[in-house]
Write a protein that binds this ligand. Structure first.
Ligand code: GLP
Length: 239
């Protein structure tokens, strides 16, 4: 696992955007796995700006998001507003799980099929939860899990409550499974702020721990972590 050290969230956003943009520029076709949350917001802002500056439409880019809340389109709206509206990507090339689907189990299978039909994910961008979750794979999730419905933990509900001022906060979500995420060819994980410090410390301990889902990344051959000073604070105390 490679660690890129940055000082703050602004540098993290720039580094992450440069990393992703260089892959997009170099490829004739690319499947990006995307994350939501606060952490990748700056990356999306920079990528949108680069797209305009370089006059590069993202017409050769396909995207698959990690997750969506059940009964909600909150992450659809987030992606549209913060990224898709700015980059000239055809709408049929962007994919998220449908949290409003009537048959959720069938929707999970459909989503797996979408990823398979695209030929798998070339680069998956991940954030990390305070409890070490990736996507919405909460502590205890089987490392071989595929796209599934999850009940969110107290920790995740309280960390994300701030995003639900106009809508009742959903208690469940559909998420790519850990097994699904691990099949990505390459992974870029972004971590910012002291609230992520414990999860980042556990991640770099190197051992696998189902109670801290991100530790599964120690099993993946190509992972890059970009972490700011806050997220690295406990890591550096140890070394
Ligand atoms: C949510 C998302 C995750 C994200 C996490 C951290 O739970 N499902 O994909 O990584 O939040 O979010 P933030 O970047 O806001 O801390």
């Amino acid at each position: 696992m490679r660690l890129i050290k940055v000082s703050d969230e602004e540098e993290l956003s720039r580094m992450a955007a440069e990393y992703v943009f260089s892959k997009i520029k170099r490829s004739e076709r690319i499947v990006l796995g995307l994350a939501t949350g606060r952490t990748p917001l700056g990356m999306y802002r920079h990528l949108s700006k680069y797209s305009k500056e370089y006059k590069l439409l993202f017409s050769h880019v396909h995207t698959v998001n990690l997750d969506e809340y059940v009964g909600s389109r909150a992450y659809h709206a987030y992606m549209q507003e913060n990224f898709f509206d700015h980059i000239g990507i055809p709408s049929n090339q962007t994919h998220l799980p449908d949290g409003e689907a009537l048959e959720l189990e069938r929707e999970c299978k459909r989503y797996e099929e979408v990823i398979k039909q695209l030929g798998g994910i070339d680069l998956q961008v991940l954030g990390i939860g305070e409890n070490g979750h990736i996507g919405f794979n909460e502590p205890g999730t089987d490392f071989s899990s595929r796209t599934h419905v999850v009940e969110l933990t107290e920790s995740t509900l309280s960390a994300n409550a701030k995003y639900f001022t106009h809508e009742k906060q959903p208690l469940k979500a559909i998420t790519m499974g850990i097994g699904t995420i691990l099949e990505s060819k390459e992974i870029l994980l972004l971590a910012a702020g002291v609230k992520k410090a414990n999860a980042v410390k556990e991640l770099f301990r190197g051992s696998l721990n189902e109670n801290i889902p991100a530790t599964v990344l120690n099993h993946h051959p190509s992972v890059t972590v970009i972490a700011d000073v806050g997220a690295r604070s406990l890591l550096e105390e140890e070394s």
